[in-house]
Design a protein around this ligand. Sequence first.
Ligand SMILES: NC(=O)c1ccc[n+]([C@@H]2O[C@H](COP(=O)([O-])OP(=O)(O)OC[C@H]3O[C@@H](n4cnc5c(N)ncnc54)[C@H](OP(=O)(O)O)[C@@H]3O)[C@@H](O)[C@H]2O)c1
Length: 340
Amino acid sequence: MTEPQPFRAPLAALTGATGFLGSHIADVLIAQGWRVRAAVRPTSDRSWLPNGVTVVEVPIAPEGDIDAWTSPEERRTLTDFVRGASAVIHCAGAVRAESLGEYRRANTASTWRLLNAARDARLRGSFVLISSLAAAGPSAIDRPRLETGPRRPVTDYGRSKAEAEALVEQGWPFRTAILRPPALYGPRDEAFLPLFKAARRGLTIRIGNLREVSLVDGRDAAEAAVLLAADDRARGIYFVDDGADYDFADLAEAVGEAWNRKVRTLSLPQPLLEIAAKLVGRRRASRLPLLAADRLRDTAQEAWTCDGSRLRDQLGFEAEHDLFSGFIDTLAWYRREGWL
Ligand SMILES: NC(=O)c1ccc[n+]([C@@H]2O[C@H](COP(=O)([O-])OP(=O)(O)OC[C@H]3O[C@@H](n4cnc5c(N)ncnc54)[C@H](OP(=O)(O)O)[C@@H]3O)[C@@H](O)[C@H]2O)c1
C-alpha cells in the first residue's frame, strides 16, 4: 500500500509583492493557504510582506533588450524563481517613469522574461499579468471600456502595458489571464494621499478634463488577481471594478464622508496644466506628478471607465468595498500609519 502523500499547499511566484497592490495580493494568497515566493530587489522595502512569504532577490527587469536574455545566469535565476509554482502572478511594474524606455523595461521586458522563465520551468498552472485600464486606453462618457475592444493606449505607461499584454497573448503552454484594474485606492496607496490631505482642509481638485472614472479598492483588485490565478476557467482579459462609475462630486462626497466634513471641488483646467508644464520646462515637468507629459495625456481624457461584468458573470467576483466604505478604511489606515 502506498503511503498517503502529505498535502503541499500550492505555490505562487509573485512579483511586486513589496508594493501597494502586490502586498495585498500576498496577503490574500497567504490567507487562502498558498505558499508565496516573492521576487524582490535589494532596495525593496519589505515591511508590508506578510509572515510566511519566502523572499528571493532576483532581477526581473535588467538593462538590455526587451526580448532577449542578458545572460544565461539571468535566465537560470528567473527559471528557478518560477520552478514548482502553480501560479505566477506578475504584479511588479512601474506606474511612474520618465520615459517610454523606462516603462518598457519595468513593464514589458519583465513580462517577456517571466513568460519565458515560466516556459523553461514547465509551469503547469497559470500566469497572471497585472495590467491596467491604461493598456486599453480611455473610454467615453457613459461608455466604459469592455475587454472585447481594441487596445488604444494614449500614455507611455499604457503603451508599455499594452505591449506586455500582447506578449501574454502570444500562446504559451500554460493558462494565461490578464487583470486590468482602473485607478486603485486603499490602505498602502500613495496616489490618493494628496486627495485626502486636501479634503482635510475642505477641498478636492478636479484635474484636467477628467469627468468620469472607475475606481477599485486595491484589496478587491488583489482578490481578483488571486481568483484569476486559482480558477481554471479564467482565460484572457478581465477588467475589475466595483460596479460603479464615479465623477468628482462622488469623489468629494466619499472623501468628505470619510473626514466627516463638507468638501468643495476646485478645478485645475487642462490648458492651465499644459501652460504650467511649458513654463517649468520639459525636464522639470517630467518629475512633477501633475505636469509630467504622460500624466497630461492622461488628464486630457474625459473618461477612464471600464466594465467589470465579465469577471462578475464568468467567475462570480464581487468587490467587497465601494468608494465610500473603501475611503473610510483608507483614511483610518493613513491615520494609523501616521501618513495623515
Ligand atoms: N496603483 C494603481 O492605480 C494601478 C492601477 C492599475 C494597474 N496597476 C498595476 O499594478 C501593479 C502594481 O502597482 P502598484 O500601484 O502596487 O505600484 P507600487 O506600489 O509602485 O509597486 C510596484 C512594485 O513593482 C516593483 N517594481 C517596480 N519596478 C521594478 C523593476 N524595474 N524591477 C523589479 N521590481 C519592480 C516594486 O519593487 P520595489 O518595492 O523594489 O520598488 C514594487 O514591488 C503594476 O503593475 C501597475 O501597473 C496599478
